[in-house]
Design a protein. Structure first.
Ligand code: G1P
Ligand code: ZN
Length: 542
């Protein structure tokens, strides 16, 4: 039986950079999740009888919301729901399933790299039929709908069994429970040379992959150990836990410090990697070298043709604005297009769909290609493995040769987390007000060439996205960027991105923070970071 239930709107259901993210107790409020899911459906047209993909990263509250989403999809007229067994689908795997089975769209339940548990984070994101995050037109409509919602529709049925692979039914709608890993593993086998990578493992190559008790565990176990023959134990922390074992499933130098420390030891494995809560981010650490995500994008782009899926070459490269310009130099050398987009994977969708870009990346440990419409952690790891297997050199040698050829972009991000919203907004407003006066002035002896608030003109659909981050460009190619996070769940997070280009190989061995010290100080002089935030140092440096 289908029921229509009266509800009252909440005023805080505005999707951010990656969907709606809130603390679990917020989602547990009466009808909170139902309101948001109904607002998604109310923003869509033409889905009657079509398929909807549902899955999540397995965090606390995943199962409850999956149950509601399935029964609401049935009540709203979807013809079928495709759900990963146990409610599990990594974000890139969900994107692949939407595309492969030509679903109308998908609901992905995750708060990415944020911690999970009864008092931690949860999230709901809608992806469209191309497999990618909904564009702003749709997320804006969802928010508008959420502000006036008066009722939602739900099937009054028993919770469907999502733990057995096979076909079922809820209120006349089909429910197909699938193996979350199989389709994804098959896609990876098509893109990469599994024989070459397998031979490398057979030859004694050792790797540490840390799944951080999050969703990529089962994927890594199947692909690295079962299909590529890597030794047992290559995939670590591979059982997804509702609270990620109490850790942040965030593959950076803070939360995966143990992996970094191990990779710097003389007896380190040849290659180290990790992925985040929902499997779309990656951390790459070669023996003796941390590879920044911006450098990783550039190295992957320069070497992608060594993998079967990219042997025809790249059509173009896209990166988010705060990501370093390292990939730009690769695009220039290859003679292909380079696109600079706002932060957030959704901005890559049009470029990938239009065949203008093949590889995309963000400084925040996101790399991916046109094989799906999300960033993809394991994909990046496998492309690295493919390159290592073909070049038969260490990751360190490959990166250092890359710098020697293209120059090095020293790069770091400083995050000021949980700043009072008013103080963070005050900083941004004050900075915006003086942007037009900055060009031509000096900071710490460096001349400012230009300053603006980044606006993106989508070359495919003509849409314009304004206020996407403040850029201060110095003469010689260095820059600092400031923006407020769109994914936080408490207070505001100020991100400061700092980049310095160094062409001279004799100066490629500097400590990153030391190499950027002048720019960091200049950013504080210009923006008054300490004054506004009341902090004397960032919370996290990556
Ligand atoms: C952050 C990252 C951004 C990424 C997003 C989702 O967003 O900076 O690159 O796309 O998470 O993973 P932010 O919190 O900066 O808005
Ligand atoms: Zn993620």
């Amino acid at each position: 039986m289908i029921r229509t239930i009266a509800t009252k709107p909440y005023d805080d259901q505005k999707p951010g950079t990656s969907g709606l993210r809130k603390k679990v107790p917020v989602f547990q409020q009466e009808h909170y999740a139902e309101n948001f899911i109904q607002s998604i459906f109310n923003s869509l047209e033409g889905f009657q009888g079509r398929a909807l993909v549902i899955g999540g990263d397995g965090r606390f509250y995943n199962r409850e919301v999956i149950d509601k989403a399935i029964r609401m999809a049935a009540a709203n007229g979807f013809g079928k729901v495709i759900v990963g067994k146990g409610g599990i689908l990594s974000t890139p795997a969900a994107s692949n399933i939407i595309r492969k089975y030509k679903a109308f769209g998908g609901i992905v339940l995750s708060a990415s790299h944020n911690p999970g548990g009864p008092h931690e984070d949860f999230g709901i994101k809608y992806n469209i039929g191309n497999g990618g995050p909904a564009p702003e037109k749709i997320t804006d409509a969802i928010f508008t709908n959420s502000k006036t919602i008066a009722e939602f529709r739900i099937a009054d049925a028993a919770a469907p069994d999502i733990d057995t692979i096979g076909e079922g039914e809820v209120a006349g709608m089909k429910v197909s429970v699938i193996d979350p890993v199989a389709d994804y593993a098959e896609l990876m086998e098509r893109l990469f040379d599994f024989d070459a990578i397998g031979a490398m493992f057979k030859g004694g190559f050792r790797m540490a992959f840390d799944a951080m008790h999050a969703v990529t565990g089962p994927y890594a176990k199947e692909i690295l150990e079962n299909r590529l023959g890597a030794p047992k134990g290559t995939a670590r922390n591979f059982v997804p836990l509702e609270d990620f074992g109490g850790h942040h499933p965030d593959p950076n130098l803070v939360h995966a410090k143990h992996l970094y420390d191990e990779m710097m030891r003389p007896d380190a494995p040849d290659f180290g990697a990790a992925s985040d809560g929902d499997g779309d981010r990656n951390l790459i650490i070669g023996k003796g070298i941390f590879v920044t995500p911006s450098d990783s994008l550039a190295v992957l782009a320069a070497n992608a043709h060594l993998a079967p899926g990219y042997k025809a070459g790249l059509k173009g490269i896209a990166r988010s604005m705060p990501t370093s310009g390292a990939a730009d130099r690769v695009a220039e050398k290859l003679g292909i297009g380079m696109y600079e987009t706002p932060t957030g994977w959704k901005f890559f969708g049009n470029l990938l769909d239009a065949g203008m870009a093949t590889i995309c990346g963000e400084e925040s440990a996101g790399t991916g290609s046109d094989h799906v419409r999300e960033k993809d952690g394991l994909w990046a790891v496998l492309l690295w493995l493919n390159i290592l297997a073909v070049r038969k050199e260490s990751a360190k040698a490959i990166v250092e040769k890359h710098w020697a050829q293209y120059g090095r972009n020293y790069y770091s991000r400083h995050d000021y987390e949980e700043v009072e919203t008013e103080r963070a907004n005050g900083l941004v407003e004050e900075l915006r007000a003086k942007l037009s006066t900055l060009a031509g002035t000096e900071a710490r002896g460096m001349k400012i060439a230009a300053a603006d608030d980044f606006a993106y003109h989508d070359p495919v659909d003509g849409s314009v996205s304004k206020n996407q981050g403040i850029r201060i460009l110095f003469e010689g190619g260095s820059r600092v960027v400031l923006r407020l996070s769109g994914t936080g769940t408490s207070g505001a997070t100020l991100r400061l991105y700092v980049e310095r280009y160094e062409p001279d190989p004799a100066r490629h061995g500097l400590d990153t923070q030391a190499a950027l010290a002048d720019l960091i100080a200049a950013a504080d002089d210009i923006a008054g970071i300490k004054r506004h935030t009341g902090r004397d140092k960032p919370t996290v440096i990556t």
